[in-house]
Write a protein that binds this ligand. Structure first.
Ligand code: ZN
Length: 319
């Protein structure tokens, strides 16, 4: 008989529940919905409905799994079940684990969604067979998941891996950009897809000249990191300066993580780093230039294998 696990991926836009085969990582059944209402009570109801739908055709109930694992797009206080801060859901200090556990009558374990994605990649993806691996995600947000000594490392309070909120600008003597977390000068404020697009819109509105404006046919709502990458490939000087700055920050951050933790594998995930080949090349060059020579020996950089499935697979298989 198959050994199954139940996982949930809770993002700012969608929630997804899936039954996962513990031995193969195969998603046996999966249901997804867009949030209509992001209040904690409404999200609990949405997730509970998705779980019951995923279980429906299999004659199973949540209790038969012993536990549900949830990856949340936000800072999570690990085993307490509290979501400390989830900007895309508009949550602060929400006891989501307890609310969902009460609704489903089964224990719930929550973790940051990039931690669950890293764990999914460790079990059945690009980090399979690697006891020390780091997933670096650059998409609408920025973050990382850490596999150390074969285990998911979630830190003292469950907050490990928040690479997007490492500060990359001095707080005084300048005007560091504000991050979605509320703090100033975070890596994410300079390098996430949303923040890159916001910055480019600001600078074009203020009169900067770039091919980006032609590529979006003057419609600033269409500005994205992908468009900047296209402009870069065409030799646009605005895009060149921006990508030089962004790639230096990302390459430096990845180099620092590798120097600090000595992983054998770095996995790149997220639409910005995977969808922008020009930027990715520059990030890898900056990484190679800045990583400590000794820590760089034997490190391989690979793309995430599991894409959007990593989070829900890892959530289901959380230990
Ligand atoms: Zn931040």
């Amino acid at each position: 008989m198959r050994s199954l696990a139940l996982g949930v991926d809770l993002g700012g836009t969608n929630a997804r529940a899936a039954i996962v085969d513990r031995d193969s990582g195969e998603i046996v059944s999966s249901h997804k919905a867009m949030h209509q209402d992001r209040s904690p009570a409404a999200v609990v109801e949405t997730v509970a409905r998705l779980v019951l739908e995923a279980l429906g055709g299999h004659g199973l109930d949540p209790g038969s799994f012993g536990r549900v694992g949830v990856g949340v797009a936000g800072q999570c206080l690990g085993r307490t079940g509290v979501v400390l801060c989830a900007p895309n859901l508009g949550w602060r200090d929400v006891p989501f684990g307890a609310l969902l556990a009460a609704r489903l009558a089964v224990p719930v374990r929550i973790a940051n969604d990039l931690s669950t994605a890293a764990w999914g990649e460790r079990r059945f993806g690009a980090a399979r067979g690697f006891d020390d691996a780091v997933l670096v995600f650059v998409g609408s947000g920025v973050g990382s998941g850490l596999i150390l000594g074969g285990r998911l490392h979630d830190g003292h309070r469950g907050l490990a891996g928040e690479l997007g909120h490492v500060k990359v600008r001095p707080l005084r003597g300048g005007a560091p950009r504000q991050c979605g977390c509320g703090e100033l000068g975070c890596l994410e404020a300079y390098t996430s897809g949303m923040n890159i697009a916001a910055r480019v819109r600001e600078e074009l509105t203020a009169g900067a000249s770039s091919r980006v404006l032609e590529l979006v046919q003057g419609d600033l709502s269409r500005v994205s990191a992908t468009v900047v990458d296209t402009a870069h490939a065409a030799g646009d000087s605005y895009a060149r300066a921006l990508w030089e700055e962004v790639s230096d920050l990302l390459g430096n951050a990845i180099a620092s993580v590798v120097t600090l933790l000595n992983p054998a594998r770095v996995i790149l995930g997220g639409g910005v780093i995977l969808g922008c080949p020009e930027l990715r090349g520059l990030v890898l060059s900056a990484f190679e230039a800045k990583v400590s020579r000794s820590a760089a020996v034997g490190v391989t950089v690979e793309r995430a294998f599991l894409g959007d499935d990593a989070g829900v697979i890892g959530a289901a298989l959380l230990e």
